[in-house]
Design a binder for this molecule. Structure first.
Ligand SMILES: Nc1ncnc2c1ncn2[C@@H]1O[C@H](COP(=O)(O)OP(=O)(O)OP(=O)(O)O)[C@@H](O)[C@H]1O
Ligand SMILES: [Mg+2]
Length: 500
């Protein structure tokens, strides 16, 4: 059902208070006005700066009847209003913390219900005091649809057609690309992107819209564009995981769809610290040539109730609007720890988590999710249920051959000829070392050699390896427990099974 229609249904069914969550005040207002026109109702709009005003026909403000503070006065005005009126209150959410406001709203709800009057609250965040849960209906106002966007673009093109300074003609392909790229933006955002495009490029181009999206991604504070920095060749070992990823590199194409292949959903990579989980995640976007977004779960949890959920939904919408893309969630367990319990934060984590799970299950857009983490005890079991991830991989400490491989990668990265070093002997000296620790051996040896004013030799590496104690020696119990867990639930990333 489209949003205007939904508002109409609520108004006709005499819902007393409807809270619309949206950044798009103008579109919501337009929808309410449209409904009012259809039903022959008057509309009054209140904002903190302008007070109560009739929206349509009659100009001027409604006279103030008391010396009450503005927000209480507004509610009193609603209370006194004649039947068949609609009220829009903008940015009312900060007042919802005031117990007098809550009380008045409850009284109003009872009164309006019998009187064909509806109060519409528009705000970008949802603030819902418990007392009002039963009286207030929450509605999410969807972003512009493909149809809305098409109309908006066509309107701009039509308006600018006679302007000789710009070229608004679009080939059908450009038009389609423009509409597709604008999905996930609000009407205002699309408008400014189009306007900037006309100013800067003198025509309507997709680049400008992508630029706008990057801005939004930055502003959300939850997502960041992650530039492709490494590729699968930088990852030592993990052949099975790399093979899995390589096999799916073409699975996002139209040809794959026609062949009958569903979009890959995502993988969960669990494993020992420093063994390349994050490294693999970063390499996927390069290997698949898709943009990558990184989601910071910690930042999802805003301070206001309801805000976290809205943050999560917005992150999901943005990711979907950039599809096909890769969405990386690092250290998954940190964000969602306690999601099943959810006692400590009055269930916010649990709700955000369930929004996320539902999305994972139902997502219809090609957003490939890579979640990485190393503490399985904190992971909610729902996450691991079949159908959520395509595969769960377990990343263990590297075996003999893999360690040699990782030495080779890091020596080569630092412009040394790996053939000049006895990789096998280095691998033997680093039993129990993680990839990150092997990298540290290389870096440490380089430092020593540089300090001595010498070129890096095998001896420096060997000495450095012998001097270091790998973390795994202290954490052997934890690693054993992780292996036990993984045996039943995950696929190994490497062929060797267990190292040494
Ligand atoms: N298999 C590997 N091949 C090459 N380099 C590796 C490998 N594993 C780790 N490294 C090196 O160690 C660094 C740290 O590894 P990474 O951040 O991927 O570990 P992680 O598994 O995500 O660890 P954590 O659990 O602490 O997040 C990498 O950037 C890379 O330089
Ligand atoms: Mg990591």
């Amino acid at each position: 059902m489209d949003a205007t229609r939904e508002i109409e249904v609520l108004v006709r069914a005499k819902y007393p208070i409807v809270s619309v969550v949206s950044w798009e005040e103008r579109r919501v207002e337009a929808a309410v006005n449209e409904v009012a026109k259809r039903l022959g109702r008057d509309v009054y709009t209140w904002s903190v700066t302008q007070g109560m005003r009739p929206t349509v026909s009659r100009p001027g403000t409604v006279p103030k009847s008391s010396n009450l503070p503005g927000e209480l006065e507004a509610l009193a005005q609603v209370h006194e209003a004649p039947e068949f009126t609609l009220f829009i209150l903008k940015d009312f959410h900060p007042y919802m913390k005031d117990s007098r406001v809550v009380r008045l709203l409850r009284d109003l709800a009872a009164r309006l219900r019998g009187r064909s009057q509806t109060l519409v609250l528009i705000s970008p965040v949802l603030t819902l005091p418990t007392e009002l849960e039963k009286d207030l209906t929450v509605m999410e106002f969807p972003l512009p649809t493909e149809e809305d966007i098409t109309k908006q673009i066509d309107d701009v093109a039509a308006a600018m057609k006679s302007n000789p300074a710009v070229d608004v003609s679009l080939t059908p392909e450009n038009h389609e690309a423009l509409v597709r790229s604008a999905q996930g933006l609000t009407a205002d955002e699309i408008e400014s992107a189009l306007a900037r495009s006309l100013v800067e490029a003198k025509k309507l181009v997709v680049d400008q819209i992508i630029e706008e999206k990057k801005q939004i991604v930055r502003k959300t504070g939850i997502l960041e564009f992650y530039p492709s920095s490494s590729n699968l060749a930088d990852v030592g070992g993990h052949e099975l995981l790399k093979e899995w990823l390589t096999t799916r590199s073409k699975s996002f194409s139209d040809a794959a769809r026609e062949f009958g292949i569903p979009w890959p959903k995502g993988i969960l990579i669990i494993g020992v610290q420093g063994c390349g989980k994050s490294l693999v995640a970063k390499a996927v976007s390069t290997a698949w040539n898709l943009p990558m977004l990184k989601l910071d779960v910690g930042r999802i949890f805003g301070s206001l109730v309801g805000q976290s959920e809205e943050n999560m939904r917005r992150a999901i919408r943005i990711a979907e609007s950039l599809a096909p893309c890769v969405l990386w969630i690092d250290e998954l367990e940190k964000g969602f720890a306690g999601a099943s319990g959810g006692v400590s934060d009055s269930g916010t984590t649990a709700r955000v988590f369930s929004t996320f799970l539902t999305w994972m299950q139902e997502k219809s857009k090609p957003v490939f999710l890579i979640a990485t983490g190393n503490d399985v005890s904190a992971l909610p079991p729902e996450l691991l249920r079949k159908g959520r991830f395509d595969e769960i991989f377990f990343v263990d400490l590297p075996g003999q051959e893999e360690r040699a491989d990782i030495f080779k990668i890091h020596l080569t990265k630092r412009k040394r000829d790996a053939k000049k070093f006895k990789l096998e002997s280095l691998a033997k000296a680093t039993i129990g070392f993680s990839g990150a620790e092997i990298e540290q051996v290389v870096v440490g040896a380089l430092n020593s050699a540089f300090f001595d004013g010498k070129e890096l030799t095998h001896k420096y590496l060997q000495e450095e390896a012998e001097a270091q104690v790998p973390l795994s020696r202290m954490m052997s119990e934890d690693i054993e427990a992780l292996r036990e867990w993984a045996k039943l639930r995950a696929r190994p990333s490497a062929k060797h099974g267990q190292p040494d």
